[in-house]
Design a protein around this ligand. Structure first.
Ligand SMILES: Cc1ncc(COP(=O)(O)O)c(C=O)c1O
Length: 398
């Protein structure tokens, strides 16, 4: 028996508890391949850690800078799995999600009117955190066909207000895992132009062989000195509802500035201690579960890619990392990405995310995004529905 068999999806609970465009937000006859959030119950070792802590019955305030044991566990993972050798617990700031870590980093780094370079397309959180700091996003277009980054062109985007470049590696929604050469070019660019690097690596554990994740801060001390890494527990361990993540700062001074901006010391913000306990258990004990999850995801990725590419008018590239697939739908002749997503919802009863500016920036036009972090049975049913609805339409048109 595997943790990822068809009968391991707790559908009734998901219908009650999975929001953010997912099961709890759609009618019973719709399959939501939307927000990137696993359909499986979390690792037993994490559930046990939550139960043990809860059994003690004490839920006092935690330290504003986070539980020392959580920070130790996170720093160890940074050193041992991500090659960031001099990361210590003093460099770690727990945040109440990776998303909020991005906002804290942007607020610490950008003043109103400053500029930050982000890629296009990319997850909406990149533009949103820059906006929230009162700054402007300057978008570097990723080639939609080759999925290559225009690294030489970055220099043309710099002005005297540019303060930050934000990298999504692995990339949501493109599924690209950046190579050491690409990252080195970005790191050297940031050093030359004196920019902070926000490196969102929430997808860093979801890498499909033979690709390998490189943390940009592992490349050189100079690059590490200007990188704030953003990490989370939603994608690898399914803890999205616990809202927990962390920032890895280059040194304790930057960590202290991030802490100040996070407003955790006021007690108005900060991470629940229970969430930190769960995240610590994930990092200390749940890697074997994550390995099994990854093996399942690889099979689902290949299933989704082969089924989508078999549909006339859809081209999908299997992602190198992440469990999202970004498919070009321009050949369907059904209109733009929003029209296609609406059509699929109406005719196939599957909800997908349209590649609209709101979600991924203007560079996502002509695409939809599908997540495949579900069981083989549910994914197959969703893909059957999409291909049969489109085939029926074609028959009707001909
Ligand atoms: C690139 C990227 N960054 C950040 C997040 C947010 O993660 P969290 O749920 O830990 O805030 C997501 C979630 O989809 C993501 O794809």
């Amino acid at each position: 028996m595997s943790n990822f068999d068809d009968d391991q999806v707790p559908l009734e609970l998901l219908r009650q508890r999975a929001f953010n465009l997912r099961w709890a937000t759609v009618p019973e006859d719709v399959i939501p391949l939307t927000a990137a959030d696993p359909d499986f119950a979390i690792a037993q070792v994490i559930r046990d850690a939550i139960a043990d802590y809860t059994a003690g019955g004490v839920f006092s305030y935690g330290p504003p800078a986070g539980l020392p044991s959580f920070r130790e566990a996170a720093a160890r993972v940074q050193r041992e799995r991500r090659g960031i050798n001099d990361c210590t617990a003093d460099c770690i700031l727990p945040t109440d999600s990776a998303a909020s870590g991005m906002f804290v980093t942007a607020r610490r780094t950008l003043a109103p009117g400053d500029e930050a370079i982000i890629f296009d397309p990319v997850d909406f959180l990149f533009g949103a955190c820059v906006d929230a700091a009162g700054a402007h996003s300057v978008r570097s277009r990723v080639d939609p066909v080759t999925r290559t980054f225009d690294l030489d062109g970055l220099h043309d985007l710099v002005t005297d207000r540019t303060r930050m470049i934000a990298v999504c590696n692995p990339h949501n929604p493109l599924g690209r895992v950046m190579t050491p050469d690409e990252l080195r070019a970005i790191g050297e660019f940031a050093c030359e132009r004196d920019l902070l690097i926000l490196s969102d690596e929430v997808w860093g554990d979801i890498i499909h062989a033979p690709h390998q994740h490189t943390a940009i801060a592992s490349l050189s001390p100079e690059i590490a000195a200007r990188t704030v890494g953003v990490y989370g527990f939603s994608k690898t361990f399914g803890l999205a509802g616990l809202r927990v993540g962390f920032l890895a700062a280059p040194n304790p001074r930057v960590r202290d500035e991030l802490l100040e901006v996070s407003k955790a010391p006021t007690t108005a913000y900060g991470v629940s201690t229970l969430s930190q306990v769960a995240a610590q258990a994930a990092y200390e004990h749940a890697w074997p579960w994550a390995e099994e999850f990854l093996a399942h995801l690889l099979r689902m990725r290949d299933l989704a890619a082969s089924r989508l590419n078999a549909i006339e008018g859809i081209t999908a590239v299997a992602p190198e990392g992440t469990y999202v697939m970004f498919a070009n739908i321009e050949g369907l002749g059904l209109g733009d990405q929003d029209a296609v997503a609406d059509w699929i919802l109406e005719h196939a009863k599957v909800r997908v995310v349209p590649g609209s500016p709101r979600w991924f920036g203007p560079g996502a036009a002509g695409h939809i995004r599908i997540t495949f972090c579900t069981s083989e049975a549910i994914l197959t049913e969703a893909l059957d529905r999409i291909s049969e609805a489109l085939a029926a339409r074609r028959r009707g048109v001909e």
